[in-house]
Ligand binder design. Structure first.
Ligand SMILES: C[S@@+](CC[C@H](N)C(=O)[O-])C[C@H]1O[C@@H](n2cnc3c(N)ncnc32)[C@H](O)[C@@H]1O
Length: 302
């Protein structure tokens, strides 16, 4: 099992994948881009949008999913000071929206990692100049040159599996941060977004992961992220915004239900039911604080 330490960076997950393996990722993401196109926004962003700043009061200032997703992408790009960056790595790039936005904002070269065949094919088909997609885990990625910035949105949730001991989890997370530190130029910033466990006890959490839709994945605790990152990064900003995911899930659910007939005709009733249940349950989990959505902005140490 994973044994990576700061003294021995290459010792982590030796045999195979420590987190969700490609088959598990493909089980979820390779349903076909046409399915996701029906209920995601046109950029195919598959993670919590950002509907307002953390200290804003009252109803969300942003009204549409499309604007809120763009605001989220720009939050991360602003966090890594994109205007000063020529190169950017996206760990868990999905269908490439963040990389495309980074290019539009002046980044010359963006590299994205995914384990999904569909996502790799989709990004390649776009033929976006300056954008490279690799179907490769962060666990084996070995770039030749450092990056000016790293963003990772919605991938960290796949890095450990249910049932791992706290020490195994910590070793895996530390390995991720150590690798990211090694890939970043001096002074570079990592902006990380992940669902985290909220106000629940560990025994409950162990049973609450929707393994029927996300096999082989488990969530981090915020304290695990801080602890694992600490030797390698200075956390310069963190926010807990469960509401951001609840609002996003509500919007996805609305779109999924509005297109029920089309989804069932193209993909079958079982898939519709599974996603309806998963989006509904996850909305509830964010609303009752079982889980939260965290964003961490981290500056490379040393
Ligand atoms: C929820 S999607 C988020 C995609 C994108 N960041 C977005 O916000 O739309 C999770 C992504 O993480 C990727 N992923 C999961 N485990 C990974 C790993 N070990 N290495 C690289 N990417 C991984 C998946 O392939 C997928 O692209």
């Amino acid at each position: 099992m994973a044994t990576g330490t700061s003294d021995n960076p290459s010792a982590a997950p030796a045999a195979g994948y420590a987190g969700a393996p490609p088959e598990a990722i493909q089980f979820h993401y390779d349903v076909g881009v046409d399915f996701y196109r029906i209920w995601l926004d046109p950029l195919l962003v598959y993670s919590a949008a950002r509907w307002r700043g953390p200290l804003e009061q009252g109803p969300p200032s942003i009204r549409t999913l499309e604007e809120a997703q763009l605001a989220k992408l720009d939050f991360h790009l602003d966090a890594v000071r994109v205007q000063e960056c020529a190169s950017l790595l996206d760990v868990g790039c999905g269908w490439g929206a963040l990389m495309k936005r980074a290019r539009d904002r002046g980044v010359e070269r963006a590299v994205g990692l995914t384990l999904s065949q569909d996502q790799e094919d989709y990004v390649r088909t776009q033929q976006w100049s300056g954008i490279e997609v690799r179907r490769e885990s962060y666990e084996v990625f070995a770039p030749e040159q450092p990056f000016d910035a790293i963003v990772s949105i919605g991938a960290f949730e796949h890095f450990v599996r249910p049932g791992y001991e706290p020490a195994q989890r910590q070793a895996i997370y530390r390995n991720f941060f150590e690798r990211c530190r090694g890939w970043l130029r001096k002074g570079g910033v990592l902006s990380l977004q992940s669902i985290c466990w909220g106000y629940v006890d560990r025994a409950y959490a162990a049973k609450a992961v929707p393994v029927w839709i996300f096999p082989d994945s488990d969530l981090p605790w915020p304290s695990e992220v801080f602890e694992a990152a600490n030797p390698f990064f200075d956390v310069i900003y963190a926010e807990s915004r469960g509401e951001d995911y609840a609002l996003t899930l509500r919007e996805w659910l609305k779109r999924l239900r509005a297109n029920k007939a089309e989804i069932i005709a193209a993909h079958g009733e079982k898939l519709f039911d599974q996603y309806e249940k998963y989006l509904r349950r996850c909305t509830y989990a964010f609303e009752n604080n079982t889980v939260t959505l965290m964003r961490f902005v981290m500056s490379r140490r040393g």
